[in-house]
Design a protein. Structure first.
Length: 124
């Protein structure tokens, strides 16, 4: 196994990204977009517990980080789709590895906190 470098939090380049991916909904949205462009309504259907406000905020934040591209058509009715940028595509392998790992590990049997919704904070 390769040696792990320990860094101070203010020097760790991955800390910001780990925090971003660990933020509620971000990794799930990126995962769903890794399958190709999606309309807003498709994302909302795939994540029914996310509120429209939070979905909009998360997509805007990912657009600012150049992970997601928002595309509009100039026809009526206007259609808006979201897709991963090349930078967002770079996370595909990490998300796929995480998905594969999670498919093998069973947190329910291990008694770990899965962070699953309890209903009280479903839209956050």
């Amino acid at each position: 196994m390769p040696e792990t470098t320990i860094c101070r939090p203010d020097e760790c380049l991955a800390e910001d990204w780990l925090g971003f991916l660990g933020h509620r909904w971000n990794a799930l949205l990126l995962w769903h977009l890794s399958g190709g462009p999606k309309r807003y309504s498709e994302l909302q259907a795939r994540l029914p517990r996310i509120s429209p406000k939070v979905l909009t905020e998360r997509l805007a934040g990912m657009t600012r980080r150049d992970l997601v591209r928002r595309e509009e058509t100039n026809v009526y009715p206007r259609e808006v789709t979201y897709a991963l940028t090349p930078r967002g595509e770079g996370l595909r392998g990490i998300l796929s590895d995480l998905y594969d790992w999670a498919a093998v590990e069973d947190f329910a049997d291990a008694g770990a906190d899965t962070g699953a919704d309890t209903g009280a904070d479903a839209g956050k």
